[in-house]
Design a protein around this ligand. Structure first.
Ligand SMILES: [Zn+2]
Length: 362
């Protein structure tokens, strides 16, 4: 089982010999879902869903630029109020993404409070909802009591819904009964750097050519026979690339929760995320209860494993396991490993009382 942090119910994973440029924390296997991705070097974070345990992550929540909501069932959305509470007084824009109807639902939550119409309350919510290739954007301002600052705008969605300097995010429609639901694919961009040790060893003086070389490699516009001026002499780009340039492949993280298995969306996911480094996938039911998975529009552990296998993923992390299986949540991993061996889950938090008999799905 993957080692958890001391903080019950969440853990992060970063292998020393295979360093990732971001850290991630996932909710415990049967807790309300969230995945928090922290791009520490960029000072920003991305949050997928907002289960109740995001309450313990205030420091990172202050850095969240994008909140991506899969759907509006309460276990995925209950932490939203806390996020707003944490960000009040911050001079920032929080981008919120979700399926159709999310703007109305979040506005309704915000209307449940009184807000001081203070000019200092500069928090802005930029909410984008997606349906069938069309996005609708609404901007709500805290100092206007979260009323829209203008009429909603619509736009076409062809590629990623988010395109930041170091990563992009695509969305894929999944099938969760009557609740519109999205899965997300985070694709980190490849990073290019110069090998400083190699530079020293060659005795080459750094200069403006370093930035130009990196820019051209990143843009894919460094043809083999191009020349760059280095230390007053023309030098072949292909030689520089071979000797000095190191490319770190960007990671791909897939977040899937609350859906039945359908070939259509799995095929779309394969187009976007084959070879994914990490697939975080719900595993609400064991295979023996697959009839319940169909009834409640969820996946079984074996179906989650099948998705990871079809994506040719490096790692599958199961979460959103029904509390009906306590204290044997790890059964889900054991089942999944028969189909996809590189499966794991966050170590479950200790429980003081059984939750058997509670409603098992949202
Ligand atoms: Zn749900």
């Amino acid at each position: 089982m993957m080692e958890g942090s001391r903080e019950a119910g969440a853990a992060s994973f970063q292998s020393a010999d295979d360093k990732w440029a971001f850290r991630w924390q996932l909710s415990g296997p049967s807790q309300d879902p969230f995945l928090l991705v922290d791009f520490e070097n960029d000072g920003l974070a991305v949050l997928f869903d907002c289960g109740v345990r995001v309450w313990g992550k205030v420091k990172t929540i202050l850095k969240v630029r994008h909140l991506l909501i899969t759907h509006a069932h309460i276990d995925h959305l209950i932490g939203f109020d806390h996020i707003i509470r944490s960000l009040l007084g911050e001079n920032k824009t929080l981008f919120v993404h979700g399926p159709e109807g999310i703007t109305r639902r979040l506005s309704a939550k915000l209307e449940g409070y009184d807000w001081d119409k203070s000019a200092e309350q500069e928090l802005i919510l930029d909410i984008r909802e997606y349906r069938d290739g069309v996005g609708t954007r609404s901007v709500l301002a805290c100092n206007r009591r979260f009323e829209p600052v203008s009429a909603p705008e619509t736009f076409s969605v062809y590629g990623p819904i988010i395109d930041e300097k170091h990563f992009a995010i695509h969305t894929v429609r999944v099938a969760h009964g009557g609740s519109p639901c999205l899965a997300y694919v985070l694709s980190e961009k490849d990073s290019v750097r110069i090998d400083k040790d190699r530079l020293d060893a060659l005795g080459v003086e750094p200069g403006p050519w370093v930035g130009e070389l990196i820019r051209r490699v990143e843009a894919g516009s460094a043809a083999d026979n191009d020349l760059i001026t280095v230390g007053g002499s023309e030098t072949s780009i292909s030689d520089l690339v071979r000797d000095l340039v190191r490319v770190r492949r960007g990671r791909v993280v897939v977040y899937i929760t609350d859906t039945v298995y359908e070939d259509g969306w799995v095929d779309r996911l394969k187009e976007l995320a084959t070879g994914a480094d990490l697939v975080v996938c719900e595993s609400t039911f064991l295979q023996a209860d697959s009839h319940l998975a169909s009834v409640y529009h969820h996946l079984t552990s074996v179906q989650a494993a099948r998705i990871a296998r079809e994506l040719d993923a490096r790692q599958l992390m199961l979460f959103h396991v029904s509390s009906r299986y306590h204290p044997n949540l790890f059964q889900a991993v054991q089942e999944a490993r028969s189909v996809f061996p590189r499966t794991d889950m966050i170590q479950p938090a200790r429980r003081t009382q059984s939750r058997r008999g509670r409603k098992v799905s949202e």
